[in-house]
Design a protein around this ligand. Structure first.
Ligand SMILES: Nc1nc2c(ncn2[C@@H]2O[C@H](COP(=O)(O)OP(=O)(O)OP(=O)(O)O)[C@@H](O)[C@H]2O)c(=O)[nH]1
Ligand SMILES: [Zn+2]
Length: 198
């Protein structure tokens, strides 16, 4: 994945976060001056900014750059869009796949913009439900399609590495607007995302 829209780390934020990560390193009982760790606060500060870069992105701006007038009015499905996010409760990763479909209403969107919109909202502190909803509403408002659907399947490290420590449970969330409220359209979408075709 390339991040054309993430240009530079903010020096002041990096410095502040660096100091905080130094405290965390001390807190876990490590020596912050140990050779392998001495640069870790800065690396972690930069990693955290990368992982939350969605706050400085505007999804509608990204989408608007690639909206084309077109009379195609069948379902468009982009499935298996990998996503990485941080849960807002523990700041631990959750990750998985998003599947998106829409039925155009005179306008289509450049295909790459759908994964970009997923990243804009995933690269924040999130819960899976809100992530699903954010993507859905953004596409609905920007494209005003005949219908839009989003399904996200993800696993949460906060449920795997700690807490209940369940390694095999995955969470599915979904949202449907417009024609996808109709069972036949919804089923067609669900069938398409469960096929093995790539
Ligand atoms: N609905 C939802 N819950 C989430 C998500 N990510 C993490 N959580 C949950 O957020 C909840 C926070 O609950 P708390 O009881 O405040 O925190 P906790 O004591 O760390 O909870 P445990 O994880 O059960 O140990 C937990 O149930 C997590 O599983 C998410 O994306 N959606
Ligand atoms: Zn969590």
């Amino acid at each position: 994945m390339s991040y054309k829209y993430f240009e530079e780390y903010n020096e002041e934020i990096t410095e502040n976060m660096k100091n905080n990560f130094q405290e965390i390193i001390k807190g876990v009982g490590e020596n912050p001056d140990r050779e392998g760790i001495v640069k870790t606060p800065e690396r972690a500060a930069k990693a955290m900014q990368f992982l939350t870069q969605g706050y400085s992105m505007d999804a509608e701006e990204i989408l608007k750059k690639a909206v084309f007038e077109e009379s195609y009015d069948e379902m468009v499905v982009v499935k298996d869009i990998e996503l990485y996010s941080l849960c807002e409760h523990h700041m631990l990763p959750f990750f998985g796949k998003a599947h998106i479909a829409y039925i155009p209403n005179g306008k289509i969107i450049g295909l790459s913009k759908l994964p970009r919109v997923v990243d804009v909202f995933a690269r924040r502190l999130q819960v899976q439900e809100r992530l699903t909803h954010d993507i859905l509403e953004c596409l609905n408002e920007t494209l005003q399609p005949q219908g839009v659907a989003v399904v996200i399947e993800a696993v949460h490290m906060c449920m795997m590495m700690r807490g209940v420590q369940k390694q095999n449970s995955a969470t599915t969330t979904s949202g449907f607007r417009g024609q996808f409220k109709e069972i036949e359209t919804r089923n067609e979408f669900l069938k398409l995302i469960s096929s093995d075709l790539r």
